[in-house]
Each structure stands twice: as structure tokens, then as C-alpha cells.
Ligand binder design. Sequence first.
Ligand code: HEM
Length: 396
Amino acid sequence: MTQTPVFPAARAAGCPFDPPPDIQALQEKTPLARVKLWDDSTPWLVTRYADQKALLSDSRVSADVTRDGYPSPAPIKSASISFILMDDPEHARLRRMVTAPFMIKRVAAMRPAIQKIVDDLIDEMLAGPKPVDLVEAFALPVPSLVICELLGVPYSDHDFFQDNSSILINRDADPDDRAAAAGRLFGYLDKLLGEKLENPGDDLLSGLTERVKKGELTRPEAAQMGVLMLIAGHETTANMIALGTLALLEHPDQLAALRETTDDGLIASAVEELLRYLHITHNGRRRVATEDIEIAGHTIRAGEGIILANDIANRDPAAFPDPDRLDIHRNARHHVAFGFGVHQCLGQPLARLELQIVYGTLYRRIPTLRLAADVNDIPFKHDGSVYGVYELPVTW
Ligand code: HEM
């Protein structure tokens, strides 16, 4: 065993946008290191970009959370599991059922509706009192409204699903509380599916009920898929909007370049660079080896856990020159912020479109947007499996 830093380490020390320096330092000298988790298990931590891509596309690497050796970030008590934590062929069977609505062309057709959501929320902010918490007023509502529309979930229930989802993804929450939150979300989605079985609409959940009727999918499988998409669809993008805005406010030259451009290409490139630089899913991809694997001069034995620290890979100088610099003009599209391999983010075309519209609109419409608090007083989500800020007080 080469080294055992306790993982996950908080990002608290130093720059709030950088991965923990002690973990980042492993990349140069110990790209495969053993780390110690909350349950005293010692999985491998992989920090280099090339090694991560090799492992994430290796069929001897499993995402099955029920396998011995799986390096879970926190105790798991929930009984139902979604396809993000399964292997093929089950994973592929379920994923295939929801790929169509996330295809680039279908997502592109949502542009006018998303632009209207963004513009309406900015109008409301401008008409209301200031300072305002950007998370509550804008960052959370944008992706929540979008995913509700796509799935056919009533947005009026947003307090319920946002509250339960934030318990579920908080790795420091009591495991029983997390299991209870998962149960409530499952029950909610199951009830909605029941209503749509009777009265189908033109939405993704109604599409799933058709498959349930045909016997291609069980109702619990459909409900679990609904939970996954509802959570994945709003938590991640919301954090990218708020943390991305903070990062830009702290890099005024980059913000000015973005605000002043009319070039859609530069806006798209800024989205990729912010995804790379901020890498919000900072718990890493969690996997377990099903056979012995030789990599980077080591042997990962069958049954050993593997954590692929994608946030560190996105700062690998071999893949991104001068990686700790935020530069919206660089080509960062090969980042691994959406993961890599068969589990690569299903919703990435939608996340990209939402972020392009948000970053291309918010700073242009509110050119004097600025922080209304000291950056040192901003509460960061060190305890979440998705990184971001709990609040972002802004004014203009
Ligand atoms: C900026 C926003 C987003 C980020 C950074 C992000 C990140 C990720 C990452 C890293 C994975 C891979 C997990 C793994 O390999 O273990 C993933 C998977 C997934 N994401 Fe996203 N995501 C985002 C937005 C979305 C949206 C809007 C949806 C819409 C429903 C979504 C749905 C999913 C689903 C269903 C999976 C599981 C895919 C599979 O296992 O085959 N994500 N996401």
C-alpha cells in the first residue's frame, strides 16, 4: 500500500474551486493510491485522466453497488437501486428506455421554452427586492422547471422533491434519514405513475407507463427511473449555475468576455470550461473490479474498490495545459465532468443547453451582477455528493 489519505477530503482549504491539494498532489507521484473510507475499507484512488478513461471503458470494472468491495461514499440502506448503480445488460435495458427524450435534436427543440423560463425568472428577480439569494431565486428553479416539464412532474411539488433530494445526496446525513427520503421520493413517483397509467400525457413518465402496460418494465423500475431523473435533472445543473456564477464573479476578466460576446461558440466553450474547472460531482465515480486489472504498474485485484476522481482528472496537465487556470477560450470539451464509458451522463445535452442559455443570458441582462456577501462567508456544500453553494447572495 502506497499511501492512505482519508477520502473524501473537504475542499475547504485554499481556493474553493480547486480539488483538495493533498489529493491533487497524488496525481504526479502516486496516480494509483490506496485511500481509507468511512468503513475502514481501502479502495484504489485513480487520479490521472488517461488511467480513468481506460478504467471507465473497461468491462472488468463494475458499477454494481451490491457487489462486495464497492466503495460507497456513505452507508446505503435504501432497498431500491437505479440503473446508474447497475451493470449491463440490466443497465443498458433500462437506459435504452429513456434515451430518446435526451437526444440532441429533441433537446434542441426545448430551447425556446428554456429561454422563456430563464427570462421570466430574471424579470422576477429584477422586479423584486435585492439582495437576493441566486440559488433560491434562479439556480434551483431553472433546472427544476425544465425537468418537471420533461418528466411530467407538477412543479408545485418542488419543495417536497428538492428537500428530499438534498437529504438523499448529503453523505453526512443519517443513513436512516437518507433511506426515508429515498422511500418518500419513490412513493411520490409511484403515485404519479399510477395517475399517468389512468390519464397519460405527453411526457416522459407517461411514456414509461406505456412500457409498463406492455410488460417491458415493472412499475417499481419505472418509479426508480423517475427518482433518478428527477434528482439528476435538477441538483447537478442548479449547482453548476450557482457555483459557475460565483467562479465567474471571482474571475472578472472571464465574466466580461462572456458577457460581451455574441458568439454562441464562445458561450458553449465557457460551459465546457466551467464544467471542467468546477467538476461538481466531486465524490468521484465509484466502481469495483470484477477481474484482476493491470494498470499504471499496479494490479487492481478482483473485488477491490476503485474511486475515479474525475475532478482531479479534469486538472491533469497531460490533458489540460495549465489546468488550474479558468480560461473560457480553451477547448475543454474532452473533460470528464459527465463521466465516461457506458454510464456517461444521459442528460448531458440537456444540461449543456440549460447552461448555455443561462450563462449566455444572466450576465448580459444583469451586467452589474455582483456578490452581496464576502466570498469567505458563502456556505459551500462540502457534505454533498454534488458540490456547490447553499446560498449565493447577489445584488446589482
Ligand atoms: C451539469 C449537470 C450534470 C452533471 C455535471 C452530471 C454528471 C453526471 C455524471 C458524472 C454521471 C456519471 C455517473 C457514473 O458514471 O457513475 C451522470 C450520469 C447520469 N446523469 Fe447526469 N449530470 C448532469 C445533468 C444531468 C441531467 C440534466 C440529467 C437529466 C435527467 C442527468 C441524468 C443522468 C442519468 C440518468 C445518469 C445515469 C447514466 C447511466 O448510468 O447510464 N444528468 N451525470
